[in-house]
Design a protein. Structure first.
Length: 108
């Protein structure tokens, strides 16, 4: 049996890629086509998490004229007050950058 020339094999690969709708890649370069052919993950991830229902904040924004009592928010604010009274609350935010410059220089 005689060896088939490379050009004939390349022609066959071109026709094969046209028939089966694949990429003609005679050099075997890494093109990332296998990643592009994969199913998209977005819809599957979105379907995994339950749909968000209306929250208390949404109701407050929709009906501002109604007076509502949010027990969780009240508990959270009360907890923050208690922690501040103990001295364990969040630190105060920095007001102006020049305040820091007014204090002494580097500590050694």
């Amino acid at each position: 049996m005689a060896a088939v020339p490379r050009s004939r094999i390349l022609d066959l690969m071109k026709v094969q890629s046209r028939i089966f709708n694949t990429i003609f890649n005679p050099t075997g370069a890494r093109l990332g086509n296998n990643v592009l052919r994969q199913r998209l993950r977005g819809p599957a991830l979105a379907a995994y998490y339950p749909r968000r229902i209306a929250t208390f904040q949404d109701l407050k924004q929709a009906y501002p004229q109604w007076e509502m009592y949010d027990e969780k928010e009240e508990d959270r604010l009360e907890h923050l007050q208690i922690m501040k009274a103990k001295g364990k609350g969040a630190p105060k935010k920095k007001r102006v950058a020049t305040e820091k410059k007014g204090r002494g220089g580097k500590k050694r």
